[in-house]
Design a protein around this ligand. Structure first.
Ligand SMILES: *Cc1c(COP(=O)(O)O)cnc(C)c1O
Length: 238
């Protein structure tokens, strides 16, 4: 399948999921996860109009970022759109200086020490970084993220960091062959967002829900996702 075919397939399944759940397509954004592919395919993704790119490790993203998102002078001339980079993987504190300033969004804020490191770097650069708080809804040991009961105290501490803008919540569902098993996880994240807003610990309510991957994105749409992170099904693998 070509990239165009994959985009068409995802779009038609996405429209169906919107129709089933009474949602508007424009309320959902797609992040094309390029971690499995190299620079050529990433350029192609951008030139197909997918401007939101997701990567989960700086080491793997660096070459692509330099070719596509780096200084104008160094940038390849064949890149059409302006990429918006999303850091979606777990972020080590010692990588914060590489990631903040290059990636517009961070989807994996999950501990106070990381929030403080992001704050310091963002303040140094004079920018405000929109961040999703990652929550481990499924409770699996292998998943990063805050335990649900840690969310409100964490949010309260982030509310005092002026260079972090809370964007919403992010979760990873268990990687199961049966998509329907992700539903309670996604529903749990939405309920937690509503509880967070009801607790009014942030300076303003958050709307974002970053959830849904190749195997379960339609379920995520039905449960209220606003950002889908799609790798294999959309970008492919090399
Ligand atoms: C790799 C990755 C994705 C995309 O995975 P696919 O199943 O290939 O769509 C989404 N989110 C995160 C955090 C990832 O690491």
């Amino acid at each position: 399948m070509t990239l165009s075919n994959r985009i068409e397939t995802v779009e038609s399944r996405l429209s169906e999921a919107c129709r089933r759940s009474g949602r508007k397509r424009e309320d959902i954004q797609i992040i094309a996860v390029t971690k499995y592919v190299g620079t050529e395919q990433t350029v192609s993704v951008l030139n197909h109009g997918l401007l939101h790119l997701g990567e989960n490790r700086w080491q793997d993203a660096a070459a692509k970022w330099l070719a596509i998102g780096g200084d104008q002078a160094e940038r390849r001339p064949d890149v059409a759109g302006q990429a918006v980079w999303h850091f979606i993987g777990s972020l080590q504190t010692n990588k914060v200086k590489e990631v903040v300033g290059r990636f517009t969004y961070i989807h994996s804020l999950d501990r106070p020490s990381l929030a403080e490191a992001v704050q310091r770097r963002a303040e140094h650069l004079g920018i405000v970084v929109p961040c999703f708080f990652q929550v481990n809804i499924s409770g699996e040991d292998s998943k990063h993220g805050l335990a649900p009961e840690q969310l409100i105290p964490f949010a309260r501490s982030v509310a005092n960091l002026p260079n972090i803008e809370p964007a919403g919540l992010m979760t990873m569902a268990p990687n199961e062959a049966i998509a329907e098993r992700s539903r309670p996880v996604f529903r749990g994240l939405r309920q937690l967002r509503d509880e967070l807003n009801a607790a009014a610990v942030l300076n303003k309510p958050v709307t974002g829900l970053s959830m849904g991957m190749s195997g379960d994105f339609e379920i995520a749409v039905e449960e209220g996702a606003t950002w889908l992170r799609l790798g294999t099904i959309l970008v492919g693998r090399e």
